[in-house]
Design a protein around this ligand. Sequence first.
Ligand SMILES: Nc1nc2c(ncn2[C@@H]2O[C@H](COP(=O)(O)OP(=O)(O)OP(=O)(O)O)[C@@H](O)[C@H]2O)c(=O)[nH]1
Ligand SMILES: [Mg+2]
Length: 290
Amino acid sequence: MTKFGEVALVGRPNAGKSTLLNYLLGRKVSIVSDKPQTTRHRILGVVTKEDYQIVFVDLPGFHKPIYQMNKVMMQNVYNELDTSDVILYIVDASVPMGNGEKFLMETLKGVEKPKIVALNKIDIIKKSRVLPMIEEFKNAGFNEIVPISASAGINIDELVNVILKYLPEGEFQYDVDYITNINEKLFISETIREKVLKYTRDELPYTTFVEVRKIEHFDDYVEIFCDIIVEKKSQKPILIGKGGNMIKKIRKESERELMEYFGKEVSLELFVRVEKMWRQKGKYLQQFNI
Ligand SMILES: Nc1nc2c(ncn2[C@@H]2O[C@H](COP(=O)(O)OP(=O)(O)OP(=O)(O)O)[C@@H](O)[C@H]2O)c(=O)[nH]1
Ligand SMILES: [Mg+2]
């Protein structure tokens, strides 16, 4: 009998959910940054082995929503708490537990299904700090607590074994070679957004949206046209940079990564456009329901 199930990756922003998803898949499907609220979509990563298929679902970090965009993001998280078979709660063990973490912990207490805690980032903390945390989560009613490092790949095999203990029996629901729901267009926009997150600061990372306008495939190269949308006029020069150096850095690094993805040359054209309050507009928010 095979096993099949959906595992929700839940946690505070910046905990390392997307890093873990990419590690589990052995390839990048979900963008990562050191800024919170990087992931905006519900990103599937399917791991298929001979006797099991696990659908890992990467999600936006758990936060209090203010803008319409954040409400849509959080709705996806709540839905997933309902529909998944197993909750994988990823905690950044390298930072003290704040109120947001405590609130999430309380929320998860009310969810009646197998709940596994992954204490992440153990590569950068003292071992002596891990034990009391394990105790705390055990006392809070979580089924299993596994210390890991998603970026260094520590203890991930053990984590998968623990997940398998709780995964229901069932037939595979995806083709054995299916990996992710992130299509070409979304991969392009996410790659560019990752570079924006990497190089910009302050409010800009949270207020940009990348719209892919055109993708043209030629024999030996791909031509891509995108708009980077910002909310305020004053943000445009920041994104463009002195003499265009910021936008050039974003373009060059995105092109490099997209070349790997497409296996051929990529020519990327980026335009910066101002669109007030896009985070409140249905036209843009539709994109989050994938
Ligand atoms: N030292 C260390 N850093 C890590 C580890 N896992 C993730 N990180 C870093 O933590 C930061 C956040 O990682 P993400 O994977 O983007 O976190 P996330 O939980 O997906 O964040 P959101 O999408 O904002 O909810 C990045 O800078 C990662 O490189 C780890 O095991 N050890
Ligand atoms: Mg993420």
